[in-house]
Design a protein around this ligand. Structure first.
Ligand code: MCF
Ligand code: FE
Length: 404
């Protein structure tokens, strides 16, 4: 048994003083330090530095590790030029992205306090890194392919990758899962099969959805920048699905939709009604010129995620939090800081179906210790000071073990 004591514990959105946690691989008790010391006299005592806040481990629900080699290859600024640059440089980027590169990025996430992440895997090449990393990984095998002719082949390749991730689950912290790339890139027939597979096996499900204005125009009217793209690369000029048909495919299974920047209020209300959640990636949206998701209007839970280095400059969650504070300048900064911490803990855990994200008995013992530069003058501002003053966590625990 271990007992950890910190100046503040982040519990149910508040910062509570004079509490400690007893844990092994899971949280055993949350109580006054003296009570826990009496209850578990043999326990190893961990006393955090002064001005330290104990948070549940942070969760990055959406990242593409396979694109970790990108520095300047992909074109930022606007979605379609970015997508063109993905097609142009994808092979080279994949070739340059070895295990060492991806492992470094996992370490960077870990040092920033990310104890669990959702990895979108296009090819399965990051499976070994995800098996070996200490974090919990929801391994989203991506299904992509809009051409009916190749649909069966693409689907069986996808099935093989799902199986490979399933066979890792027992001996690692991997949860096998399913990703539908997007409404413009996945044929409805294989989409339905993949959703059914996720549902049957109770696997987490995710999909990029309504990221750009171009995507909306293409799905609604078969027009805009996607038309030239599909004519050039895929010899077709009609979308394979509509916004409505795509949304309905997920009606009976809660899904983690990524971006949704260009969704209307009506569409967002529909997603809320069906019990879905959203991954919000502010830096990615800004860098690809997609617009701002109006998080102040959302009626459904959302997480804050980095996306990949294909559309970002770091996988550090504190960088993302600070960017979110700047991006949503219309929202009161204290309220937003608190909201964002909830997004990367409780809301993210629910979205990925993980047993972490809050400091309650029975939850996984995944912790992040954040040390502030001085005693906060006004305790109600701890969320904001944590975000503004932290580049890396003081220490990080996963399943009761210290990794940072
Ligand atoms: O989330 C960003 C932007 N939106 C869509 N896809 C990706 C992102 N980062 C990487 N991707 C991948 C995606 O998984 O790029 C490919 C897919 O494999 C785009 S489709 C040619
Ligand atoms: Fe993405």
């Amino acid at each position: 048994m271990k007992i950890i004591i910190a100046d503040y514990l982040y519990i149910d959105g508040r910062f509570i003083e004079n509490l400690a946690i007893a844990f092994e691989t899971h949280i055993q008790a949350v109580d006054l330090p003296e009570r826990l010391l009496k209850q578990y006299p043999g326990a190893e005592l961990i006393r955090a530095k002064p001005y330290t806040v104990l948070y549940p481990g942070f969760i990055n629900t959406h990242v593409h590790l396979e694109f970790s080699a990108n520095k300047t290859s992909l074109k930022y600024g606007s979605f379609m030029p970015w997508l063109d640059s993905v097609i142009e440089h994808r092979d080279d980027l994949m070739k340059d992205c070895n295990n060492e590169t991806m492992q470094k990025e996992c370490e960077q996430m870990l040092r920033s306090g990310i104890t669990a992440f959702g990895a979108i895997s296009s090819f399965g090449t990051e499976l070994q890194v995800c098996e070996e990393t200490p974090q919990r990984v929801v391994f989203f095998n991506e299904l992509i392919g809009s051409n009916a002719q190749y649909a069966d082949m693409l689907y069986s390749d996808f099935q093989e990758r799902v199986k490979a991730s399933q066979s890792c689950a027992a001996k690692s912290r991997i949860t096998p899962a399913v990703a539908i790339h997007s409404p413009y890139s996945v044929h409805p027939v294989i989409l339905q099969r993949a959703v059914a597979l996720a549902k049957q096996n109770q696997m987490p499900l995710t999909a990029h959805f309504l990221e750009s204005q171009a995507e909306r125009e293409w799905l609604e009217r078969g027009e805009g920048e996607f038309k030239a793209f599909f004519e050039k690369f895929f010899n077709t000029s009609t979308p394979v699905t509509t916004i409505e048909e795509f949304m309905h495919a997920f009606d009976t299974y809660p899904t983690h939709f990524v971006h949704c920047v260009q969704a209307t209020e009506k569409e967002l209300a529909y997603l809320a009604e069906k019990g879905h959640s959203i991954a919000h990636c502010p830096r990615s949206n800004r860098y690809l010129g997609c617009g701002r998701l109006a998080i102040e209007k959302l009626q459904l839970p959302f997480s804050l995620a980095t996306d990949g280095l294909s559309s970002n400059d770091s996988l550090n969650i504190f960088d993302e939090l600070r960017a979110a504070l700047m991006f949503h300048h219309n929202i009161d900064i204290q309220t937003l800081a608190l909201q964002l911490l909830r997004n990367i803990t409780l809301d993210a855990a629910k979205a990925l179906g993980l047993n972490c994200g809050s400091l309650h008995v029975g939850k996984d013992a995944d912790f992040v210790l954040v040390t502030l530069p001085e005693l906060p003058k006004r305790p109600e501002e701890i969320a904001l000071w944590s975000i503004l003053h932290t580049k890396e966590a003081e220490s990080v625990y996963i399943e009761g073990e210290k990794y940072v």
